[in-house]
Design a protein around this ligand. Structure first.
Ligand code: FAD
Ligand code: 2HG
Ligand code: ZN
Length: 474
C-alpha cells in the first residue's frame, strides 16, 4: 500500500503548504445535496496550470486517485471523493483570472476556476453577453460547467455549454498539458478534442482554461409568469412563443403548483403574483438588444393568443427590473426550497417535447401506486424537453421516500427509456447515476466510452466511480 506521507510532502512542495487542506473539510468533501459525504486524503488548491500539472504528476506517480472540483454545486456527487480516504480533491477555486476579453472576436479566455457570475460580469463590462444562466451561478465555476456540459435557462436560445466553448487548456492524467486555447470558429484539423472533454465530468482530464463565446448584450427584456392549466397547454404556449417571439425567445420554463407552494412557504419575501391558483406555470422571457423596441408588444400578443386558445388562464407581466427579479426568483428558488422541505429524489430527464404532456400525466398515478402521498415537484426547461421530475416525501415521511427510492426511480427511468429519452438531461451522471446510465445504454455505447477512458487514463486515476462504473471483474 502507498504510504500517503511522501505524497503529501510532494503536494505541499507543488502548491505551498497553506494550500494543502485536511481531507475532512466539509466544504470540499460533502456535496451540495448533502447526500454524498466523502473523506479525502487531502484537498489541494493549486494556483496555476503548472501547479495543477505538478499535482497530477505527483498523484499519478503515487497511483493516487484525484477528484477535480470547481464550485462543488454539482447535483450528482461527481465532484466529491468517495469514503475511502484515499482520493485527493483537486480544487480549482484559486484559479480565478479572466485572462483576456476580445469583444470584437466575441471571445473571453478564463481560468477554469472563474465563477460563472464573474464571467457574465466580465462580458457585461464590455457590453457583451455570456448567456449561460444557472441558479448556482454565484458559486459554480466555468471548469465545472464545461465538465458537466451544464444547461440552465438560456439553452433554448444559446445552447448547452458545449455550444459556448471554442477552445480548452487541459492537464492530462499523466500531467502533460494540452494547450487547445484557440478561439477559432473554423478548425477542421482532426478529432474535436475540445468537445471530448466537455461533459467528461473530470474523468479524462483537468480543465484549467477555456476560450468561450460572447454574444451581443440583451439589456431589454419582456417577462411574464403565466398560469397554464396543463403541461399540454404549456407546450401549446411554447409553439405560440416560438412564433411570436422568434429569435427573441430566450427562456421558457415550467413549474407545477407543488413547486410554487414550496417557494411561497420557504423563500423569504416570495409572493404569488396571480390571484387564482393554477396546476402549472410558465416563466417566459423575450430578450433583445438596445434597439429591439417590440418586445413588450410581442409578449402581449403572445399572452392574448394564449388566452384565446385556452392555453393560458392568467399572467403577471414584469413592469420593472425588481418585478422581473421577483418572477425569476419563483423559478430559480425551487432547488433551494426543495432541500429545505426535506429529502428529495432528483430526476433530471429529457423527453421528446411532443411526449411531455402524456408522459407527465401517466407518471403521477404510477408513482402514487409505489408510494402513496409522494409529492412530484416538477419544473424545468420545457422548451428543451427537460423536466426536473423531482420527488419530495409525503409530509413528515422522509424515511419512506428513501426506502422507496429505488422503485420510484426505476419507474421514472423505465418510462423515460420507453420514450427514448435521457435520464440525465444536464446534471451529468456523477456517482449517483453512473450505474443506472450503464443499464439504459447499449453495450456498444458503453464499450466506446470505456475505450476513450482507457486511452486517456489507463490507470483509472481521474474520478474513478464517476460517470462510468468499474468494468466487471475489477
Ligand atoms: P463541481 O460540482 O465542483 O463539479 C462537477 C463535476 O465536474 C465533477 O464531476 C467534477 O469532478 C468536475 N469538474 C469540476 N471542475 C473541473 C475541472 N476544472 N476540470 C475537470 N473536471 C471538473 N446544472 C445545470 O446544468 N442547469 C441548471 O440549471 C442548474 N441549476 C442549479 C441550481 C442550483 C441551486 C444548484 C445547486 C446546482 C445547479 N446545477 C445546474 C448543477 C451545477 O451547478 C452544475 O452542474 C455546474 O456546472 C457545476 O459546476 P461546479 O463548478 O460547481 O462543479
Ligand atoms: C434547475 O433547473 C436546476 O433549477 C436544478 O437544474 C434542478 O435541483 C434540481 O433538481
Ligand atoms: Zn435545470
Amino acid at each position: 500500500m502507498t504510504d500517503p506521507h511522501p505524497l503529501l510532502d510532494r503536494l505541499r512542495e507543488a502548491v505551498g503548504a497553506a494550500h494543502v487542506l485536511a481531507g475532512d473539510d466539509e466544504a470540499y468533501v460533502v456535496d451540495w445535496t448533502g447526500v454524498h459525504r466523502g473523506r479525502a486524503l487531502a484537498v489541494v488548491r493549486p494556483g496555476s496550470t503548472e501547479e495543477v500539472a505538478a499535482v497530477v504528476r505527483a498523484c499519478a506517480e503515487a497511483r493516487t486517485p484525484l477528484v477535480p472540483q470547481g464550485g462543488n454545486t454539482g447535483l450528482v456527487g461527481g465532484g466529491v471523493p468517495d469514503g475511502s480516504g484515499r482520493q485527493v480533491v483537486l480544487s480549482l477555486t484559486r484559479m480565478r483570472t479572466v485572462r483576456e476579453v476580445d469583444p470584437v472576436a466575441g471571445t473571453i479566455t478564463v481560468d477554469a476556476g472563474v465563477v460563472l457570475a464573474d464571467v457574465q460580469a466580465a462580458a457585461a463590462a464590455v457590453d457583451r453577453l455570456f448567456p449561460m444562466s444557472l441558479g448556482s451561478e454565484g458559486s459554480c465555476t466555468i471548469g465545472g460547467n464545461l465538465a458537466t456540459n451544464a444547461g440552465g435557462t438560456a439553452v433554448l436560445r444559446y445552447g448547452m455549454t458545449r455550444e459556448l466553448v471554442l477552445g480548452l487548456e487541459v492537464v492530462l492524467p499523466d500531467g502533460r498539458v494540452w494547450d487547445g486555447l484557440r478561439g477559432l470558429r473554423k478548425d477542421n484539423t482532426g478529432y474535436d478534442l475540445t468537445q471530448l472533454f466537455v461533459g467528461s465530468e473530470g474523468t479524462l482530464g483537468v480543465i484549467t482554461g477555456a476560450v468561450l463565446r460572447l454574444f451581443p448584450a440583451t439589456p431589454r427584456h419582456a417577462t411574464a409568469w403565466v398560469a397554464v392549466p396543463t403541461v399540454a397547454d404549456a407546450v401549446a404556449l411554447l409553439t405560440l412563443a416560438q412564433r411570436e417571439g422568434g429569435a427573441h425567445l430566450a427562456t421558457f420554463e415550467i413549474a407545477n403548483r407543488q413547486a410554487l407552494d414550496l417557494v411561497l412557504a420557504h423563500l423569504p419575501g416570495a409572493v404569488d403574483p396571480l390571484e387564482a391558483p393554477s396546476d402549472w406555470y410558465v416563466l417566459v422571457e423575450l430578450a433583445g438588444t438596445a434597439s429591439d423596441d417590440g418586445l413588450d408588444d410581442a409578449l402581449e400578443r403572445l399572452l392574448s393568443l394564449g388566452v384565446e386558445a385556452g392555453a393560458a388562464t392568467d399572467a403577471a407581466v414584469a413592469t420593472s427590473p425588481a418585478r422581473r427579479d421577483a418572477l425569476w426568483a419563483l423559478r430559480e428558488g425551487i432547488s433551494e426550497v426543495q432541500k429545505v422541505e426535506g429529502a428529495t429524489l432528483k430526476h433530471d430527464v429529457t423527453l421528446p417535447i411532443a411526449r411531455l404532456a402524456d408522459w407527465t400525466e401517466a407518471m403521477g398515478p404510477r408513482l402514487q401506486e409505489v408510494l402513496p402521498g409522494v409529492r412530484p415537484v416538477t419544473y424545468g426547461h420545457v422548451g428543451d424537453g427537460n423536466l426536473h421530475y423531482n420527488l419530495n416525501a409525503p409530509v413528515g415521511r422522509d424515511r419512506d421516500l428513501l426506502d422507496a427510492a429505488p422503485d420510484l426511480s426505476r419507474a421514472i427511468y423505465d418510462a423515460v427509456a420507453a420514450e427514448h429519452g435521457s435520464i440525465s438531461a444536464e446534471h451529468g451522471l456523477g456517482r449517483t447515476k453512473a450505474a443506472a446510465a450503464a443499464s439504459y445504454k447499449s453495450e456498444v455505447e458503453v464499450d466506446l466510452m470505456r475505450a476513450l477512458k482507457q486511452a486517456l487514463d489507463p490507470d483509472g486515476l481521474l474520478n474513478p466511480g464517476v460517470l462510468l462504473t468499474p468494468p466487471a471483474g475489477t
